[in-house]
Design a protein around this ligand. Structure first.
Ligand code: CMX
Length: 137
């Protein structure tokens, strides 16, 4: 079901500020900043080989990322695996009674369909499934 790691999410208070470490010290390149209203976040991707880091900044105090930052401060937030059929993957997990955050796929950044598993179901690691539907991934 899982094709590869699509991205690794890192929660930050301020994308531009946090990106400086990755671009100036680690030599990564950052793409543009995109708002994902459904998730109440702004995101920016920094490719590392085939995988990307996703910096996540909340756009509302009600954002899941705002709550995470308040509790834990900045840091590792989630891992995202690429799948071909996110709706089918969600149905398969639900049939196995895996606790999901999303009962059906939602729209993610860069023309993707996404669904989150609950961290309590996945060893304490918030886990996202991503299906690329457009040209950008
Ligand atoms: N990784 C691991 N555990 C996490 C977590 C994370 N990122 N976020 C929350 N948790 C844990 C909390 O520590 C808490 O554990 P305890 O009960 O042991 O204290 C538990 O999950 C419940 O957390 P909470 O702070 O009470 O928050 P909520 O239950 O309101 O929300 C969750 C938790 C996972 C349902 C919510 O964060 C969520 O819906 N996440 C998925 C959506 C998301 O993160 N979107 C942003 C990214 C979007 C994108 O990439 O485009």
């Amino acid at each position: 079901m899982l094709k590869k790691i699509n991205h690794i999410g890192i929660a930050v208070h301020d994308i531009e500020e946090a990106a400086k470490f990755f671009t100036e010290h680690l030599g990564l390149k950052m793409g543009g900043i995109e708002e994902v209203p459904e998730q109440k976040v702004k995101v920016a991707f920094l490719p590392v080989g085939e995988v990307r880091l996703e910096l996540l900044q909340p756009t509302s105090p009600e954002s899941a990322v705002a709550k995470f930052l308040e509790k834990n401060g900045p840091g590792f937030h989630h891992i995202a695996y690429q799948v071909d059929d996110v709706a089918g993957a969600v149905e398969g997990l639900k049939a196995k009674e895996v606790k999901m955050v999303d009962q059906t796929p939602r729209r993610g950044a860069h023309d993707t369909l996404i669904a989150f598993l609950h961290p309590k179901a996945s060893g304490g690691v918030l886990t996202e499934l991503v299906q690329e539907t457009g040209h950008h991934g």
